[in-house]
Design a protein around this ligand. Structure first.
Ligand SMILES: Cc1ncc(COP(=O)(O)O)c(C=O)c1O
Length: 457
């Protein structure tokens, strides 16, 4: 971008844009970063700086990479025909994408469209509550969530999120959400060591349901692999145990695939790494790789049937609408996203490159005194930083941010858990686009190596 143009855009941004989750006082002495152009994994800002983006757009979204003309074309073709029609009516891209999605996960049946991960989760919560009203007077309405999971920014989604720093000052919250412990082996909430732990992080669900009264608990919502809470893949026994408890107490199992969905972990869905069949799945970010806003709440036929009563029933159906859930650009982009992932074998690439990435992160762990744990699945990884390996004392957030800043100065964008869990915002996060190569990973790792070396404890 030319200099005068970049000055103009920077000053407009600085004066008028209210950036997400940002303390603007820092812009008294610095400029916001304004992105102008991307290609593959490379993104360029308004000052002409080029970055290798190992975060897929900051928040694990741009799974197929930047600069995909076919994505733009697919959206163009859809919107010039019919840009929008309210979701009580069908559209061609909406019907086609729903069918292709269900082909990937045949035990599910219905796709409900909206625009963000938070909203997709809210839809699921409303389904759980209405189901309770349909058969036990609304009593079985509570939803259990995990204390390191994030489910979104709206009040309902935040009420089911266990990140105190995200929640602080936004209460009061919606009632009916109940917290359960996380499943991070590196910091086992029960002080146990796998495999001699009886998978208490999973069996804890049963204790909670009994404590709350099973007649009042309707569902459990879980990320397949906790993302913003520290990239936490559960052990293989975890989901089968959760699933059994759900069956025993008639709880719907809602898996929040907003981050993991559509290939991030090397399979289409994060939960597919485990032996489990959810009743509800929510997805957003990677569905259209951020080229258009789209989210989906997918359900089984059993869930759908609860809302299909008879034509005279004025309240028994799902009385929810999302205006922009009727935009055709979202499903059109999602269809093209799906085609690209299949045609370019990006799931395979995510598996191969993911293994390579995790191996390299483990090398960093061996080398650096401040790296406590490396974990992940596919192209979705976390590196937990500590002040002391023996005690696992978390590295202070300011130092973690120094690593991020140093990588940025070297031209690599990585992410981190941030402003979520006080004292535990200490995990660096990596989620390069699914097209990434060994050489991209080598650059990311070499950059992190330098940045980690500069931290003094
Ligand atoms: C697991 C998970 N669920 C839900 C959300 C909320 O999605 P959105 O920001 O699109 O509302 C996020 C966002 O980061 C997420 O990580």
């Amino acid at each position: 971008m030319e200099n005068s143009q970049s000055t103009t855009v920077n000053s407009k941004d600085k004066q008028h844009v209210w950036h997400h989750i940002t303390q603007h006082a820092k812009f008294d002495n610095s400029d916001p970063v304004v992105m102008v152009e991307g290609q593959g994994l490379t993104i360029t800002d308004s000052k002409g700086r080029e970055f290798l983006d190992a975060s897929s757009g900051g928040v694990w979204t741009v799974n197929v990479g930047y600069g995909r003309k076919s994505m733009g074309q697919a959206i163009y073709d859809a919107v010039i025909k019919v840009p929008f029609f309210a979701g009580n009516t069908g559209t061609v891209p909406g019907a086609n994408y729903a069918a292709e999605l269900i082909d990937l996960i045949p035990h599910m049946s219905r796709v409900y469209y909206s625009n963000s991960g938070s909203e997709a989760n809210e839809k699921a919560y409303k389904m759980v509550r209405q189901r309770a009203h349909a058969y036990n007077g609304g009593k079985k309405h509570k939803i259990v969530f995990r204390d390191r999971d994030y489910h979104g920014t709206t009040i309902g989604a935040l009420s089911s999120t266990g990140h105190p720093q995200r929640r602080e000052n936004y209460g009061p919250f919606a009632p009916g959400f109940v917290e359960m412990p996380h499943c991070c082996c590196y910091r086992c909430p029960f002080g146990k060591k796998y495999p001699d732990c009886n998978i208490e992080c999973a069996t804890a669900l049963e204790d909670i349901v009994k404590r709350e009264d099973p007649d009042t608990v309707g569902a459990v919502v879980l990320e397949p692999i906790t993302a913003g809470g520290g990239v936490i893949p559960p052990v293989k026994e975890y989901f089968p145990i959760i699933s059994e408890i759900c069956k025993k107490y008639d709880l719907l199992l809602h898996i929040d695939e907003v981050v993991c969905g559509m290939g991030r972990t090397g399979l289409w869905f994060g939960h597919s790494h485990y032996d489990v069949k959810p009743d509800i799945i929510s997805m957003a970010k990677g569905v259209a790789s951020g080229y258009a806003a789209i989210s989906v709440t997918i359900t089984t036929d059993d869930v759908f049937k609860i809302f299909k009563t008879d034509e005279t029933d004025t309240t028994g159906f799902f009385r929810d609408i999302s205006t922009f859930g009727g935009c055709t650009g979202g499903p059109a982009a999602a269809l093209e996203n799906l085609r690209i992932i299949k045609e370019e074998n990006l799931l395979e690439n995510a598996v191969k490159m993911g293994e390579y990435l995790l191996d390299k992160l483990n090398v960093l762990k061996e080398k650096h005194a401040i790296v406590g744990d490396a974990r992940g699945k596919g192209l979705f990884a976390g590196l937990e930083l500590v002040s002391d390996k023996a005690t696992k004392l978390p590295l202070p957030e300011a130092k973690v941010q120094q690593v991020i800043k140093n990588c940025f100065e070297q031209g690599v964008i990585i992410g981190s858990t941030n402003r979520s869990l006080e004292g535990f915002n200490n995990t660096l996060t990596l989620s390069p686009a699914l097209i990434c190569t060994k050489s991209d990973i080598d650059t990311i790792i070499a950059t992190m190596d330098v940045a980690l070396s500069k931290i003094e404890v």
